[in-house]
Write a protein that binds this ligand. Sequence first.
Ligand code: PGA
Length: 293
Amino acid sequence: MARRAGRICLDGLLIEYDALLAGAVFIARQACSNGHVKKKRGTDMIVAANWKMNPALDQAAVLATALASQPFSEIKRILFVPHPYLVPMSVRLTGAPLKIGGQDCHFADHGAYTGDVSAGMLCDCGASTVLLGHSERRSAHGESSDLVAQKISAALAQNLDVVLCVGETKAERDDKKAEQVVIDQLQASIPDNTPPTRLTIAYEPVWAIGTGAVASPDDIGAMHHIIASVLSERFGANALPPILYGGSVNAENAGSIFAVPLVGGALVGGASLDADAFAAICTAAQLASRNAG
Ligand code: PGA
């Protein structure tokens, strides 16, 4: 593994690159073969942070350290961090009960794809999971569900778990096409032979992302019911992947969202950049998890 040596400053801690990368690759291999977090399905709630293209590295280090110190043993927590942060966050969170994931991957193993990263590269840099099909990639990068399916296959081949995002735009909801859009996205994005234990779905209405306009519990419940039916047809009723809600989840509304039947957790954008807000959402998930169990 020939890498250039260097130094990185994390929260005042100076780490040598080559040692850091060697450690991170070791952590990554462990993550891929064992999982950072005890693998349990069923009533476990999942709270996933989507940092998007935020924050600056020094703030990310402080945030990750705060999250690592928060005791949430009854839920699963995932951090989807910017790709350049995978290694430093993996090092910083060694031993912490948090999974680390990438926010996208390419469908190919390697090749002339400037600016892209492969699923294997994510794995080598400490990721044990990947977020795919987010609406910001579908809209800003023109990603179709067919392409998302190819990316999922690539991720699964590298033993990465997958969180697949689906959701309708405001225009599609106004046109009463929301259900059909989500059904089509699910059917076209999930490749054949996907093991349900490796998949999580995040229902994120596009109009609710980053807007403060959270979907109502009734709308969330209705869409989760439809998603569960599609998944049940594909995988069987006893092997349903978890279904998260995403879109303006915050400390105040998390409890009522988690009370909706079939909501298995949340994908959190803006509020995940604040350690206290994220902790409040995790507390609500832990309570919901206890009530369900
Ligand atoms: P938001 O983002 O919580 O800021 O609405 C959610 C997401 O895009 O995953």
